[in-house]
Design a protein around this ligand. Sequence first.
Ligand SMILES: Nc1ncnc2c1ncn2[C@@H]1O[C@H](COP(=O)(O)OP(=O)(O)OP(=O)(O)O)[C@@H](O)[C@H]1O
Length: 264
Amino acid sequence: MGTWDVTSPVIEAKDLDLTFETNDGPVHALKGVDLSVEKGEFVSFIGPSGCGKTTFLRCIAGLETPTGGALTVNGMSPDEARKSRAYGYVFQAAGLYPWRTIAGNIRLPLEIMGYPKSEHAERVDKVMSLVDLKGFGKKFPWQLSGGMQQRASIARALAFDADILLMDEPFGALDEIVRDHLNEQLLELWARTEKTIAFVTHSIPEAVYLSTKIVVMSPRPGRITDVIESPLPRERPLDIRDTQQFLDVAHRVREGLREGHSYD
Ligand SMILES: Nc1ncnc2c1ncn2[C@@H]1O[C@H](COP(=O)(O)OP(=O)(O)OP(=O)(O)O)[C@@H](O)[C@H]1O
């Protein structure tokens, strides 16, 4: 821990391996994964089903234990990082408790982690305005659209002081217009909060639009086939997607996916 400082990578994987032992034999979910993510980066993981995207995110979160190699998060073991509340986790399903209000849902991690009660209202208000949900605190989840529910789940992951946001296909279930809007909002939120974001997606345009770094993965065994440092500026209006630079990056991602695909 002592050697870590703000210039060190926030997430660092070296030759990471993870094999699941199953009744049908071993499943090599991650093989030789090397990756370095700096503070404030927006890194996306893209690849076909089963290439280990979720498994890698779960390793970062300390929810899976690699069977080989080394992984540090904020200079600590993932388990230590989890205990020090290094990250917030956003899933594909918003996963809000239906019997709690939106504010009640967002407050939940603060209650669980024992944040002083005097801070709750201010923190909840702050993150609700960050995700543009001001005024909806007293509503129940079912009174909100899918996109709003997903924003509430992002607010919940931001309510405490984690500097890493892990997002596993958070917008996968939403229609394209809503998804565009949330992508734009997420970039704004990222710029304002300076979080480091690790984001899993199946969508090439989403990965290219959002990321400073795109990690292309391929299955059997799950491995990294390309890491693209995005040449796009950090400030990105939606119509950047029509530029040649954007299309060039998208093309490289598509080629990487094609190379790793076995079509079986
Ligand atoms: N707990 C587990 N036990 C056994 N095998 C597992 C376990 N978790 C994941 N796997 C296997 O590991 C591989 C990688 O799975 P993972 O969910 O990480 O892929 P993914 O890239 O996130 O896929 P998707 O895009 O479908 O979410 C798959 O073959 C999966 O079946």
